[in-house]
Design a protein around this ligand. Structure first.
Ligand code: ATP
Ligand code: MG
Ligand code: MG
Ligand code: MG
Length: 469
């Protein structure tokens, strides 16, 4: 069955609406209720207090298409972009949630029915995992859904094995936790990778599409696990991964949204090489950058703003690699707002502002990019060994506005690494110098700081090149 990504989003929300779920809007990428979280990275974030029992709502079943960013913090997929078929910095997570309402049986039934009946995915291409001791979930899959026992894989805690996925979810060291069950799709033996629980599971053959968490216990500080009086369900399915299957492709970059963005990106940078990896990176990065700005993040030198700045600069560098001469990145905002369908409305409303922020960032970085790249190339060419020293990485950061991860990205492409510890030591030395100097001078950064959340009026020039003052 061929469906557009927008149609899949609508079908999902509609399916769960008819199962008495409240359709709730995506929350902001900047979590309003959780200062410990860098960006919203899952559908459950906005419901955290409902799961903890600290907040009561008028409904006990909800469904969302949640925008997520995984480019920092606990979940960081930035380094995967362009290397795997399935990871983005920005993606939409479709989810259904039960706050003390239904539990394992219904959650499994809903997921299976949506995939195999509504979306008509062939059952024989799906396999599932359960937590190693979760016989209840095993039996529901096996006896009620009819999944053959050999296609139900028991997965334990990640006991340090580098490949073993972890099928026990916890919000933190204490609090709600419980076993997971996940659904994987087999893209066929022409792709490298193994079933979950094997050393090759990280390949792109068996791709995880849906993760279902059964919040069943409350873990106390002494490690004891008390059963929750009202167990809950939290699920998440990546819309791009499902679209890849339903549109007959393998990679997420084959889907309608990405094909459009890749063509637009090729157009604005002036290349005809549509298979170039850099175009994928740009197509990925415009989504996270545009939506972070929509949600109030402004490029800056620390925290969320610095993550945004780093992603923008990576995109600009990839454009430069493809031969872009002027600014190009901001030109993708319009096509993106168009192609996102129902999830593009807020972006459309703020398009001019988002374009302006991106254009200014591009112009600023454009002034030092070429020179910095030249210095980096020379340093790599003259390198003894495989590791670029921290001093050079720091010089590129301090003088040319190259975030360390961008330098690493270039180095990795050419088979080198960077000395991260060395870079961090240089950073610390600079901070110390700034602290010493600060004892005798005015804190200009503070005096001239602008409120990043207020209407955009231009940047604080002092922070333009990534200097930590
Ligand atoms: P993976 O093992 O493939 O990295 P995950 O286990 O980290 O995925 P979850 O945290 O379980 O992912 O998120 C729920 C679902 O969201 C996943 O099953 C997947 O479909 C989707 N998803 C997770 N991370 C990404 C990403 N970076 N880009 C696109 N989709 C993602
Ligand atoms: Mg992951
Ligand atoms: Mg996983
Ligand atoms: Mg998972």
């Amino acid at each position: 069955m061929r469906m557009t990504t927008a149609e899949i989003r609508e079908a999902f929300l509609e399916y769960f609406r008819t199962q008495n779920h409240e359709v709730v809007a995506s929350s902001s990428l900047v979590p309003h209720n959780d200062p410990t979280l860098l960006f919203t990275n899952a559908g459950m974030n906005q419901f955290k207090d409902c799961f903890l029992g600290a907040e009561q709502r008028s409904y006990t079943r909800a469904t969302t298409a949640q925008r997520c960013v995984r480019a920092g913090g606990k979940h960081n997929d930035l380094e995967n972009v362009g290397f795997t078929a399935r990871h983005h910095t920005f993606f939409e997570m479709l989810g259904n949630f039960s706050f003390g309402d239904y539990f394992k049986r219904e959650a499994i039934k809903f997921a299976w029915e949506f995939l195999t009946v509504e979306m008509k995915l062939p059952k024989e291409k799906l396999c599932v995992t359960v937590y190693e001791t979760d016989d209840e979930a095993f039996d529901i899959w096996n006896k009620e859904m009819g999944v053959p026992a050999e296609d139900i894989i028991r997965i334990g805690d990640n006991k340090g094995a580098p490949y073993a996925s972890d099928n026990f979810w916890q919000m933190g060291d204490t609090g709600p936790c419980g076993p997971c069950t996940e659904i994987f799709y087999d893209h066929g033996e022409q792709h490298w990778g193994g079933r979950p629980g094997t050393p090759e599971e990280d390949g792109d053959r068996f791709i995880e599409i849906w993760n279902i968490v059964f919040m069943q216990y409350n873990r106390h500080a002494d490690g004891t696990m008390e059963p929750l009086p009202k167990p809950a369900v939290d699920t998440g399915m990546g819309i791009e991964r499902v679209a890849a299957i339903l549109q007959g492709g393998h990679s997420n970059y084959d889907i309608d949204i990405f094909q459009t963005l890749i063509k637009e990106a090729a157009n604005v940078v002036g290349t005809e090489d549509l298979d170039n990896k850099s175009l994928r990176v740009i197509a990925d990065h415009i989504r996270s950058c545009a939506y972070l700005i929509v949600d109030g993040v402004m490029p800056s030198n620390e925290g969320r703003g610095y993550v945004l700045r780093r992603i923008i600069r990576r995109a600009v560098r990839h454009g430069n690699k493809l031969g872009a001469t002027g600014t190009f990145f901001h030109k993708l905002v319009g096509p993106l707002a168009e192609v996102m369908g129902g999830a593009g409305e807020e972006l459309k409303a703020q398009q001019a502002m988002v374009e302006k922020v991106l254009r200014i960032e591009e112009e600023n970085f454009g002034r030092t990019l070429e020179r910095g790249l030249q210095i980096l190339s020379d340093a790599l060419e003259n390198l003894d060994g495989k590791v670029l020293d921290g001093e050079t990485v720091f010089k590129l950061y301090d003088t040319y506005g190259f975030p360390a991860d961008l330098t690493n990205d270039v180095a990795r492409e050419r088979g080198f690494e960077i000395d991260e510890d060395g870079f961090n030591a240089e950073m610390e030395a600079q901070r110390q110098r700034a602290r010493d100097a600060g004892k005798f001078s005015v804190d200009y950064a503070n005096v001239t700081a602008i409120d990043a959340q207020s209407e955009f009026t231009g940047y604080d020039k002092a922070e333009q090149w990534g200097k930590v003052i």
